[in-house]
Design a protein around this ligand. Structure first.
Ligand code: MRU
Length: 348
């Protein structure tokens, strides 16, 4: 079964984004018409997930040139820096916007860029489907080597499906593909505090796909692994650096450490646009700190005492030594080392 969720559509100079803050109870689309609207949609997490905020970045730059057809290259560059600053950790946003800047550099008249950016955004989204599928097939082959063809219990964190990518998905794309091959017994979806991407979004996608799953609290990871309820773990990525250290949703690192302790294979699944080979180790990744209210309140209701304070890092860095393999569209990086990361990512 394929999901009917369309997180992003573009028509007649309007980018419509499903408001992911309201899912799964309400399916409401937000209309964005300007680069500023796109910036706010990314900051406020109306749109989220590394690949999808990257695509929103391209559409945002397209809307900028549509409304500023006489802009100079310097003005385009400034607009690009502004949009890139919406969220710092996922490299996909900067990756996609930097490519728009390279396209702009070649233009004499900015107005000619608009149709090219629109086409570019559509092509990139279509290409990601093929890339996601190829990652899913690499993952299937990896599991085959370990477990043969038996249906597996798998675990995931955050949301890495169509709501995060616009198409199939990375880690969740693997799970959907495995399920299509009748190789999934049970999925454990980590609820993913504080924004609850797991309980709200991943479970919603799994329900649409008809995949049996259980939402679990983050603290259940050790219970599940000690009791042999998990055969493999798949997570996405917001930024993977040269040595394989990977920034992903807060809680991913602890999951990987527990998996290493119990000897459970732990995979990162991400397209090559999620790699940042300019950084050598995960210590160099900027981690987004989000508003404390995401922890202290549930919707408008206080959970903690009104005077309580919280610290809300949105991502953490999973050490490459805790990763069994990083799966991208070019193949599997295992073990993770700078030389192997480069050779697989830069493979043409
Ligand atoms: O804060 P979010 O919801 O944008 O965080 C998303 C994640 O951490 C995902 O795991 C990651 O972007 C990969 S999405 C394919």
């Amino acid at each position: 079964m394929t999901t009917a969720i369309m997180p992003l559509t573009y028509d007649k100079e309007i980018l419509k984004l499903i408001d992911q803050r309201l899912l799964p109870t309400e399916e409401v689309y937000i209309t964005t018409r300007t680069i500023e609207d796109c910036y706010r949609a990314i900051c406020d997490m109306i749109v989220r997930g590394a690949p999808l905020i990257g695509f929103t970045g391209i559409w945002g730059m397209a809307l900028f040139v549509k409304h500023n057809p006489k802009a100079t290259f310097e003005q385009f560059e400034r607009a690009a820096e502004y949009l890139k600053s919406a969220r710092p950790t996922a490299v996909n946003l900067a990756f996609e916007i930097d490519r728009c800047v390279e396209m702009a550099r070649l233009e004499t008249h900015m107005s000619a860029l608009y149709p090219k950016l629109v086409q570019h955004a559509k092509t990139e989204m279509n290409n990601l489907y093929e890339k996601n599928l190829s990652m899913a097939k690499f993952a299937e082959a990896e599991l085959q080597k370990i477990y043969g063809d038996r249906p597996l219990n798998v675990m995931t964190i955050c949301n890495t499906g169509v709501l995060a990518c616009g198409v199939l998905g990375t880690a969740l794309g693997v799970i959907i593909h495995l399920n299509n091959q009748k190789k999934v017994k049970m999925v454990y979806a980590s609820e993913t505090r504080p924004y609850l991407q797991g309980s709200r979004l991943t479970s919603f996608e799994l329900l649409k796909e008809g995949i049996d799953h259980r939402i679990v609290v983050e603290g259940a990871a050790s219970y599940l692994m000690r009791n042999k309820l998990v055969d493999a773990i798949f997570a996405g990525a917001d930024r993977i650096v040269e040595n394989g250290d990977t920034a992903n949703k807060i809680g991913t690192s602890s999951l990987s450490i527990i998996a290493k302790y119990y000897g459970i294979p732990f995979y990162i699944v991400a397209p090559t646009s999620s790699f940042d080979l300019n950084l050598k180790t995960g210590d160099q990744i900027e981690i987004e700190l989000r508003d404390q209210s995401e922890i202290l309140k549930f919707k408008e209701h206080n959970i903690a005492h009104p005077d309580a304070k919280a610290l809300n890092p949105s991502f953490d860095v999973t050490d490459h030594t805790c990763i069994t393999g990083i799966i991208c569209e070019n193949g599997v990086i295992a073990p993770t080392s700078p030389a192997i990361v480069r050779s697989v990512v830069e493979k043409k």
